[in-house]
Design a protein. Structure first.
Lengths: 326, 426
């Protein structure tokens, strides 16, 4: 969509610049001939533009607006919120939950991404050589993706239950001690991260697998003629050639993981205490988790998440540009 | 450059026009669903009604009960059911858009929250008489001296027990009158090889709801979360966990999970509400209830549950006449009893209604202890806490979680909670 106006603009600029002196007749003719097509272009772009403004620009603006005002529930209904500038952000930064949530977000995101990517890549390489039932098996690996999140999160919560969970009963059968997976402050974050890794593997598998399909088989043939073993092939061919796909997989995974609410909320509601509270959970809890919605701090935390995701997005673009240049 | 700028201007203008068009379409749609319908239909017409009972569908007894009230007032009622939490958010959004429904049945701690926004009419403005309503129940809907709604019924918490386990362990339920005798009973049950008690310590409002009977039963006050009494109450819970009388999973238990655990037949006791009476009767073992004991005996005040009927402010005040008739239909003594019968075991909030319910269900011994429990119950937002309650409650359930999980001692956890609550209230 954004291409339409830019194309129109860039086509005109050189003409306008070149044609300043003999301009008048040219200009008139140009107006007569170009206007209808401009209007048509606009007409086609308008629905999309409207859509973008209503569903993207406005909510984003509204979120910033919420975070810069003091929206108590009274102000929310009456529409007379006081402008407080960056006070909500100051409150968020000075809150005792902030450090916990930031550290938890980092651990949760990095832990999830590293393992999702590693396991997803391993499986993708494994499934590259087709063998009997490989398609069926690959389809089975997609199950976590197909299940509604509430189902998989509840199932994980049951499996990790301290007293009746299957995981603990296996550990105890082998003589281990009961681990309070979801109810101990030491393991709660680990437990939700494990569940999230399991949920994210199919996504990584699918994208990386399709990336592998684009690496021509001749490269592998040639390398095996040169005597490269599977390990060498992976590090010298698969991994470097897969780099662009890997980068986008990790970036998308990062953005998905940063904003995960449902899995953690269903399994621990961010608890015990704040032990598994991430920034996204904190934002959700402020807005909807208590009897008294505080939309403004919630929006401030939400905006913080958007900024973090944007930073990594730009980082990705930068890397890509450098890669193309070299 | 001129043409470019022109393009941009037309672009912007077209976009703006299109947006306005879309928004206008949206808002006129909204108007049709909300208050706009009254015009041209002075008598009759449609009145909107929201409640938090999605489990009661269009063909349910509850739906026909609501419709009957509409028919009596000569109008049709359009009923929409939301999940409890969603209802509060929907109500806030509707109030912001000026499309509030005519009547909302609202969970009682949310009443003062919505009243604070100025979107609810007071009961006095509406000319309704609330003198017959039990003060402890009505209190939950009072903000700065004004009542903003009428309870249509009440429920509360009690201690369910598994009679078979108690028999086996040799525990007489009647002997449980204070904390010491309860803990002694738990020890006896534990010795007999059964699980002691289960309750909900989840990090949501339900966690606070379940902790409050012990908190209040120790004599603690919500405005002072770190009082010695409060610490004693929390130590009672952590003590049960340390002794193994309660499973570690209570930290993540919702009230539903508690009930599921109790129904497995493994647990001697479970803290749960009036709404499980029917399910308890159908359990595979014999059940009973004892009142939640106070620390040194007596019945501990449990928090009141249940919905209030509230009337949002309308721009078209002519609608209030019919709305009043609908509200009255729900709040006469007969109305209360009918509601109580429609929902199994929803205790009427007036003495007259309670008597009538007990008389009607004579011989049904199950009900009496619940009426007693409701009479002893206490609103969470009472004590003039009002809209401060949700903030205090958040601090309280966090403290409970931190203490139960061993992240902090009960004293430390409650000191942090008091500091957080004070910061949030200021």
């Amino acid at each position: 969509m954004s291409s339409t106006p830019t194309v129109v603009g860039s086509r005109e600029e050189p003409r306008g610049a070149a044609g300043t002196r003999p301009a008048v007749p040219h200009g008139r003719r140009r107006r007569r001939t170009l206007n209808p097509s401009q209007w048509t272009a606009l007409g086609f772009a308008a629905p999309l533009l409207t859509y973008l403004v209503v569903f993207y620009a406005y909510p984003l603006w509204r979120n910033i607006d919420l975070s810069l005002h003091d929206y108590t529930i009274r102000a929310f209904v009456q529409g007379d919120a006081e402008f407080v500038g960056l006070e909500n952000y100051a409150e968020v930064f000075s809150s005792s939950t902030f450090t916990t949530a930031l550290v938890n977000t980092a651990l949760f995101t990095i832990g999830s991404i590293v393992f999702q990517f590693a396991i997803g890549l391993a499986l993708a390489v494994f499934f590259r050589s087709s063998f009997r039932l490989s398609n069926v098996l690959r389809a089975l690996f997609l199950v976590p993706w197909l299940l509604p999140l509430i189902v998989s999160a509840s199932t994980w919560a049951w499996m990790l239950n301290s007293d009746n969970g299957i995981v603990n009963s296996v550990i105890q059968a082998f003589g281990g001690e009961q681990i309070n997976w979801l109810t101990s402050p030491d393991t709660a974050l680990l437990s939700v991260t494990i569940a999230n890794i399991w949920l994210g593997i199919p996504f990584n598998l699918v994208i990386l697998y399709s990336g592998l399909q684009n690496i021509p088989g001749e490269v592998y043939e040639a390398s095996s003629l040169d005597g490269a073993g599977p390990w060498r092939q992976f590090w010298s061919i698969t991994f470097p050639l897969l780099r662009p796909v890997s980068a986008i997989t990790i970036l998308l995974g990062l953005i998905y993981t940063l904003k995960v609410v449902d899995v953690i909320w269903v399994m621990t509601t961010g608890g015990p205490g704040d032990a598994s509270t991430t920034l996204a959970i904190w934002s959700y809890r402020e807005a909807f988790g208590t009897g008294m919605p505080s939309f403004s701090p919630a929006a401030a935390v939400g905006n913080l998440l958007i900024v973090i995701a944007l930073v990594f997005g730009f980082l990705h673009l930068q890397l890509q540009r450098r890669q193309e240049a070299s | 450059m001129i043409p470019t700028r022109r393009t941009r201007t037309t672009l912007a203008a077209t976009t703006a026009l299109a947006v306005v068009g879309v928004l206008a379409a949206c808002s006129s749609d909204d108007g049709g669903g909300g208050t706009g319908e009254s015009t041209g239909e002075a008598a009759g017409g449609t009145y909107t009604w929201w409640d938090p009972y999605p489990q009661h569908e269009g063909s349910s007894d509850w739906e026909s009960r609501v419709q009957q009230c509409g028919e009596d007032a000569g109008v049709t009622i359009e009923r929409t059911a939301y999940d409890t939490t969603a209802l509060t958010n929907q109500a806030l959004l509707a109030a912001q858009e000026g499309t509030s429904p005519d009547v909302i049945l609202l969970d009682n701690p949310a009443v003062s929250t919505l009243a604070e926004t100025g979107m609810l009419t007071t009961v006095d403005e509406f000319g309704l008489d609330t003198s017959a309503i039990d003060a402890n129940l009505l209190d939950a809907g009072v903000l700065e001296g004004d009542a903003y709604g009428i309870p249509i019924g009440a429920n509360t918490l009690s201690l369910y027990y598994n009679a078979e386990i108690l028999d086996e362990a040799g525990v007489d339920p009647a002997s449980i009158t204070d904390w010491d005798s309860l803990t002694a009973a738990l020890a006896q049950v534990d010795d007999a090889g059964h699980r002691g008690i289960t309750f909900a310590g989840i990090g949501t409002e339900e966690g606070s709801f379940q902790f409050l009977p012990w908190f209040w039963g120790a004599g603690a006050d919500l405005s002072q979360l770190d009082s010695p009494e409060a610490v004693e109450a929390l130590e009672l819970w952590t003590g049960w966990l340390d002794e193994g009388y309660a499973p570690n999973s209570v930290i993540n238990n919702s009230q539903n999970t508690v009930w599921e655990e109790f129904l497995t037949g493994d647990f001697a006791f479970a803290e749960n509400g009036t709404w499980q009476v029917n399910s308890a009767a159908e359990a595979e073992f014999e059940t009973g209830i004892v009142q939640l004991p106070g620390k040194d005996g007596g019945v501990a005040p449990a928090p009141t549950g249940g919905e209030f009927i509230v009337v949002p402010v309308q721009s078209d005040t002519a609608r209030y006449d019919v709305t009043r008739q609908i509200v009255e239909c729900m709040t006469t003594p007969e109305g209360f009893v009918e509601t109580a019968n429609t929902f199994a075991y929803y205790i009427p909030p007036t003495a007259e209604g309670q008597e009538q319910l007990l008389a009607e269900s004579a011989g049904d011994a199950d009900l009496e202890p619940w009426v007693e429990a409701v009479q002893n119950a206490k609103g969470r937002t009472s004590d003039n806490l009002g809209t401060d309650y949700p903030k205090i409650s958040e601090a309280l359930w966090t403290a409970v979680q931190n203490a139960l999980s061993g992240a902090a001692t009960p004293t430390e956890a409650l000191e942090t909670a008091q500091a957080d609550a004070e910061a949030a209230r200021s």
